[in-house]
Design a protein around this ligand. Sequence first.
Ligand code: ACM
Length: 570
Amino acid sequence: MLIDAPTGLGVLRALATLEQLPRFDKAGRYLPEADVVDQPRFAWRGLLIDPARHFLPVAVVKRNLDGMAAVKLNVMHWHLCDDEGFRVESKLMPRLQQVAGATGYYTQAQVREVVAYAAARGIRVVPEFDLPGHTGALVAAYPRVASNDSIKEVPVRWGLLNIAIDPTKPGTYPFLDSLLTEMSGLFPDPYFHIGGDENDGRQWRRNPRIVAFMRDNKMLKAGTADVVDKHQLQTYFNRKMLAILTARGKTMVGWDEILGPDLPQEVVIQSWRGAKGLNEAVRLGHRALLSNGYYLDLNYPAAAHYAADPLPAGTPLSAAQQLLVLGGEVAMWSEFADSVIYDSRVWPRAAAVAERLWSPQATTQDVPDMYRRLALVSTQLEGLGLQHRRAPAQLLRQMAPPGALGALSTLAAVLEPVKDYKRHFQGFKYTTQTPLTRLVDAAPAESDVARQFGTAVDSVLAGLAAPVRPPALARQLVQLRAQLLRWQANDAALQPMLLATPALSEYAPLSTRLGALATVLLERLTQLEANQPAMPVWQMTARAILDDAQLPAGQAELAVVKAARRLAGL
Ligand code: ACM
């Protein structure tokens, strides 16, 4: 075996590829003869890890770094503070750990340990200190930089709290200079992220002193004589941050909200809101990163993330502009992921984005093959110590009443958490202390069983529609019927146990609906096999059952409904 690479980093990547090469045949596992000529498409292939919402101990971070190295991701973006916590020890501002980090923080020695662990795996660590918004924890610890005195304690609720530090107080800058200087000393990477997202400026507009500052400094909306423009105040603030970081030899990175004509070009823009923001940043001469399309916390399937490309075919950017696109970052925000289930929300889906960012654009078109390989990578990651399979299984064992584990697991396997940000808005009140130990937390972000069911449904439909029925059809029909019978019987076994268990009863409707869906589809299979058309009255009932099956419960939903509609012809 020969590895030829221009750098040690290249050798590391080659070794990671080698780990994925073994094949199987009848004789067992073997390394095929292969000649791999390879290089990354993008230089910046990141994973954003958020220990701010739920603290993630060093062991969790390290095993995720192992996972990153296995799939050749090379930047850990460490989102170290937010409204709900500030996660690094400060020797200069100890209330940051004592107050803002009371629910968990990294000592400076631990930060150095993680940075060294990452470096040994060819992974850079870019810290993010989100400013001026997302600073609830910081202002609870140091009210002297707050825009008002409303925040007395570290916030414990998720959502947009619209807290921002006061960029007009002279004392804000010595404070941030000390803090960022101390923090930049912990992170050798030349890039340093100052966040900058989701500051709606309401705390500024409600403070007459801040409004007066904006008026005095002509920070006004274009064409108005007195309407203050928070974006200009944020740009003023960003320039101060840029001066501090530049003095420490750092290149500043920020989210796309900080973009504007007055932002110096050397700032790197990370677009989370859309490809439009990425392209705008590049047109204004900034280097840029894409995260839109790569938010794992939204619970979309790997295929959806795989389809998002920083430079898709038909990009409007010129060849020179394309060089400014450094790459992208997959992101896992942790409102609904604690140290127990974090891995299961990241892996294996992050591996699909890793391939997207590494491989040439055209080699990432074959989605079924991506899923075939994703399953292999998932097993490889498990071998490295990632808990993405074990932790949800363990949660199920803990929550299942005696005798119910099998049936509960069957239900959980076809559930997914509700998509997008819907989990915030379905009547259940979360705080930072709410245990993430409900069925929704054990449900996969992307159900393999549901995806395989969809594939089986499509094969059967194609077989039935073919002029000559393919030989495999009879076996596929038997398997599909067996699957539906299992789901039907599952509800009969599970329903009484769900109803008798207070912590699980919110999921009883989903079990009922899975059983009803299975019954409808069994009827449909009988019609299809007998070449009988569906009667309008059957269709009406079936449609009502499938509409019902789509409703969420306990912030989870059945992942098999779309495929069920295809099979039902509805
Ligand atoms: C973000 O999701 N607010 C960066």
